[in-house]
Each structure stands twice: as C-alpha cells, then as structure tokens.
Write a protein that binds this ligand. Structure first.
Ligand code: ZN
Ligand code: ZN
Length: 287
C-alpha cells in the first residue's frame, strides 16, 4: 500500500538536522551513509558564507504571495436529505445514477461525501456545473482503494433535478450535514515550494518553521479548495483525457467528520481536471 513504501520524517526534524549539519555544530549525529537533501531545501545559498539573512517578514511575504482560500466545513450531526452537502448519510440516487456497487465485493458502496453547488462558496460552486458531487468508497478497499481511478471508489457529478430512485442502498455512515464554511488562508506544502517557484534556503525554511507565529502551511483538515496537505510527496493524478495534472478540490482526512481511517491516519483528496470537469478521482496516502 502506498503508506508502506516510504516514510517521511516531520518537516521540522528533517530541517533542523540539516541546519545543524551546515552550521557545523559539534556532536550532531551524522549518518554513515549520505542522505539526499529534501528537494525543497536544495539551494546553494544555504551554505555558510553566502548571502545575508533575509528578514522573517520577507520570507513570510513570499509564502503569503501563494496563499489560496480554503473552506473548512461547519457541520451538524444530522442528515438534511438527499440534496444536502454532507459527510456520510445517504446521497441522491436516480435512475441514471443508481447507488454504486463495488465490482470487487459486490456490496453497495456507502456515501463518503456529497457536495451541492448551492451550498458552496461562489468561488468553488462553478466547478460542479450545477450538479451534486458525490464520493462513494468501498470500505473493503477491494481494488487498491488508495489509488486514483481505483474501482473501489466512485467520484461523480449527479444532476439534482432528476427524481430520486428507490433501490438497494448501502448501510450509511453517520451523517454530518454541512451547514456552512469557515474561510481560511491556506499555503503550499513545503515539498511543493520548488515546483511553484518558491525557493527558500535551508535556514530560511527552518526559521519560518520556528519563528513564524502562523504556520503558513496547508491546513491538515477536511477542507474545500486551498492547497493539499501531502502526507507523502505531492501526487496530483493525471487526467486520462489530457494527461495534465488534476487539481485538488476537496481534502478528506481520517476520522475528522467521517468515522473512517484511511490506512494509518491517511489523508485523501478528491481531484478534478480543470479542463474536463467531469473527470474526477479520489486517492489517499498515509504514513
Ligand atoms: Zn469492495
Ligand atoms: Zn483533462
């Protein structure tokens, strides 16, 4: 499973180790085998004797220039019906979009998330094209459910105007209806800094981590929009139609609003192609 192939130490511990190494402090345990620098901190200016320190405010300004809005869901412990935005509960099913059945175990899949564009912030609603976004997921994970486009998950857009249909439904997870959103500023994961053109030295990364009153990192919570919190490396799925990296639309963590654990406290992402909005995928990774 994706969790097992690579362990990633905490950012602070990793950065501090390198800081100590470069600052020449004695008694720092140095591994016998060379360890490659994390990609975000490969920068020649990290070496001693090169450019003077930039002020903390300048570093914070650099990160803040990449801020994106994210929205944290506000919920109540209830199911407000087939058209509600929610975690768990029962999603809208219709003649054209019956409740999905896992091809592996032949069991109806429970609804994990449903989003109604009428409930979304104006910035995000157009991405659903007037339809309900639904994530169904097989808890048996019959087909490597952590992989985007696995048959263990179904992510789809469903027209809300169609009359609901009766039929086999999965036993639902406890419903939490989304009754509002709290907007927050969200910042890119440090592993994305090099690819988006944010080059900070090793020491600068450590100073931000240690001295900044704000974390200036992606929120590690269930959220709409924003920057993904990557448990492992950044991993945007490629759209099967245009082969471009897809965008993360929604982040789903373990056991926050949904009583479900993705592997070892994993974090999942619903992704969408910016050009082909009906192309959606769900994948997750864990420690
Ligand atoms: Zn299954
Ligand atoms: Zn595409």
């Amino acid at each position: 499973m994706r969790c097992a192939w690579r362990k990633r130490p905490e950012f602070l511990r990793e950065m501090s180790w390198w800081k100590n190494l470069f600052s020449g402090r004695p008694a720092t345990p140095v591994p016998a085998e060379p360890i490659p620098l994390p990609p975000a901190v490969i920068d020649e200016s990290a070496k001693p004797g090169l450019p003077p320190e930039r002020p903390l405010a300048e570093l914070q300004g650099l990160i803040r220039s990449f801020a994106r809005p994210a929205w944290l869901p506000l919920t109540v412990d209830a199911d407000h019906g087939a058209l509600a935005s929610k975690f768990g509960g029962l999603g809208l099913v219709s003649a054209s979009h019956p409740g999905p059945v896992c091809p592996g175990c032949q069991q109806p899949m429970p609804l994990f998330v449903q989003l109604n564009p009428a409930d979304l912030p104006a910035e995000m609603a157009p991405r659903l094209q007037g339809q309900l976004l639904q994530l169904y997921y097989c808890p048996n994970e019959c087909d490597d459910g952590f992989l985007p486009f696995s048959s263990s998950s179904v992510v789809r857009l469903v027209p809300p105007a169609e009359p609901p249909a009766a039929g086999a439904v999965a036993e639902s997870l406890p419903a939490k209806t989304i009754v509002g959103w709290r907007a927050v500023a969200d910042y890119p994961h440090w592993e994305e800094w090099p690819t988006i053109g944010l080059t900070l030295t090793l020491d600068e990364g450590v100073r931000l981590e240690q001295e900044s009153a704000e974390p200036l990192l992606p929120a590690h919570q269930d959220k709409l929009g924003g920057w993904p919190h990557w448990v492992q490396a950044p991993d945007y799925p490629a759209c099967p139609e245009c082969h471009e990296p897809m965008q993360v639309l929604f982040q789903l963590t373990s056991e926050e609003h949904l009583p479900y654990m993705f592997g070892d406290v994993g974090t999942g992402h619903i992704s969408q192609c910016a050009r082909h909005l009906p192309v959606l995928a769900f994948g997750w990774a864990c420690h």
